[in-house]
Design a binder for this molecule. Structure first.
Ligand code: TNX
Length: 538
């Protein structure tokens, strides 16, 4: 029964494992395991199916990781897991080491060819007393699977079971795959700049919850944040300011590539956004020829929106956009380029339509799919372009009519920059106050957008009111954890009462990662008795 879904290759692989384990049988003493319940572990996002078998795998110093040979990316996934287990437990677990004769238990990360795992991110976890087998058809699926495994490892060892420290991993079977392919967060690095280190920390936290897209809002009225070699003043001038008159900043192309590389290592796609034709003051101050609002552009450090626009009729503007899209696309392996398109209040309607039509062609010329805020659906956009619905239901309907996919980001529910309540230290409240329960209790499926048009969910974090990583974390956590579940887990597996207990159990992880989350009074946070040295980050 347990092995019903195994492919021939998996069975062969398993046979080798069992033979290997049998060899070490002599020295092996089976450690009595506590009774467990895999279905009660606080996993977020909740997997599709969980079947407990009430025993445990004894993770300890005699455990080793093996991965499928010649399967691209699998060994790296194994090494990633070993690093994270080291940070959590201080165990040094070898990966694919030959002749480790002290090994008593194994974690196999196995490339399967099972048709049950047809979505690229699907995985199955079989946790037995002596082995954990993680099956996935792709290394991406294996990567999602090891996030589940990380969450299954207890925060503390059980020191009464044997002479060595043991982390009992509850046994059973998990079968899982995502509800939506696009599970994103957006970070506005334009209103306030965030360093490469800050962005990496955010990426690492997001990937633990299986979020697979980070959308970077790289330009706005207050700042231009990405080096463009053919237009150097964008960062020299446009990158020098931010909201509130602080120093600004920008990513060099090397910085951006490093962010992309770090994200890719976590199977996360970076979506670059250059917001236009509005929200372009920083570009127009750098190169006034781009400006279309009839005024002399000046550096801007306030928070008003909707006053800037490119001149949509100048060839130079499109030559400029061609260069920008080309340079950024060359550094971006992901399939998307976000052109913004929101709140262009001083661009005439016809000019806006003309502009988006032309920019879509440029994006396609460089092999990318265009994403834009919901307003872009009023232009003659292609069905391959994507609308990010944040405000207007009418625009969302137009997008669906055009056969476009939609990213669901309703400001009233999914905006991470909205305050939790009237006492919140940071954030705005123009759309709503969004306490932790409101952020979770809604369904992307229930907004009248046909299921086949929903690409996924994204939670944007605008940065008018935040300028440090601590402030970023205060607004993003814990709400982003809920959005991960809204985009990964099926509706039947989403329930606030159940979720809030699982969320409470995230506290030890968040504390270990030094995340300054908002300790919402709606959650009975698990007290963290984390004692292990904080030097190494999980
Ligand atoms: C609206 S949402 C904006 C942003 C602001 C945000 C503040 C959207 C597409 N545009 O320019 O930063 O509100 O919440």
């Amino acid at each position: 029964m347990m092995f019903k879904n195994y492919s021939i290759r998996s069975i062969f692989f398993l046979a080798i494992t069992l033979a290997f384990l049998a060899c070490s049988e002599k020295e092996k003493k089976r450690i009595p395991m506590p009774t467990t319940d895999l279905s009660k572990v606080s996993l977020i996002p909740k997997p599709v199916h969980t079947i407990p078998t009430n025993s445990a795998f004894a993770l300890d110093q005699f455990t080793a990781i093996y991965t499928s040979k010649n399967a691209t990316g699998f060994e790296e996934v194994g090494t990633f897991l070993a690093d994270k287990l080291k940070a959590k437990t201080n165990l040094t677990i070898p990966v694919n080491s030959a002749g480790a004769n002290t090994v008593e238990r194994v974690i196999f990360i196995n490339q399967s060819d099972s048709t049950d795992l047809d979505s690229p991110e699907a995985y199955q976890l079989y946790i037995n007393q002596d082995s954990i087998i993680l099956n996935a058809n792709t290394s991406e699926g294996a990567f999602r699977g090891i996030q589940t495994l990380r969450q299954l490892v207890p925060n503390e060892s059980n020191d009464t079971l044997a002479t060595q420290k043991i982390w009992p991993v509850p046994s059973g079977k998990i079968m899982d795959n995502p509800n939506f392919a696009y599970r994103g967060s957006m970070l506005d690095v334009a209103r306030h700049f965030f360093s490469v280190e800050d962005v990496k920390k955010y990426i690492d936290l997001l990937s633990y919850y299986k979020i697979n897209v980070l959308h970077l809002h790289l330009s706005d009225d207050q700042g231009w944040r990405i080096e463009i070699k053919s237009w150097p003043k964008l960062t020299e001038i446009g990158g020098s300011t931010e909201v509130g008159g602080e120093a600004g900043g920008f990513y060099t192309q090397e910085d951006y590539k490093e962010i992309v590389r770090y994200a890719l290592e976590r199977y996360m796609t970076i979506v670059p956004e250059i917001d236009m034709p509005g929200h372009t003051n920083a570009a127009s101050v750098s190169y006034p020829i781009l400006n279309g609002n009839g005024k002399k552009p000046e550096l801007y450090e306030g928070t008003r929106v909707g006053f800037s626009t490119f001149d949509t009729h100048k060839d130079t503007v499109y030559a400029f956009i061609d260069d920008v899209v080309r340079e950024i696309s060359e550094m971006t392996p992901g399939p998307y380029f976000h052109v913004g398109g929101d709140e262009s209040h001083v661009t005439k309607n016809n000019d806006y339509i003309y502009f988006i039509n032309k920019v879509e062609k440029i994006v396609q010329k460089y092999g990318k799919r265009m994403i834009g805020w919901d307003e872009i659906a009023i232009a003659d956009v292609d069905s391959t372009s994507i609308s990010q619905w944040w405000a207007s239901e009418e625009n969302a309907k137009k997008a669906v009519k055009k056969g476009m996919k939609v990213i669901v980001s309703p400001a009233k529910k999914a905006y991470l920059d909205m305050q939790y309540d009237t006492l919140s230290k940071f954030g705005l409240h123009w759309a709503a106050y969004i306490p932790v329960d409101t952020a979770y209790i809604w369904s992307p499926e229930d907004y009248g957008i046909p299921l086949e048009n929903i690409l996924g969910v994204e939670a944007p974090l605008w940065s008018e009111t935040i300028s440090t990583i601590d402030e970023l974390e205060y607004l993003a956590f814990p709400r982003i954890i809920g959005y991960s579940e809204l985009s990964w887990s099926i509706p039947e597996n989403r329930d606030w009462e159940d979720y809030k207990v699982r969320l409470a159990d995230q506290a030890p992880f968040l504390d270990r990662m030094d995340v300054k989350y908002y300790p919402s009074p709606l959650i009975d946070w698990k007290k963290s008795n984390y004692t292990y040295d904080k030097i190494e980050k999980d």
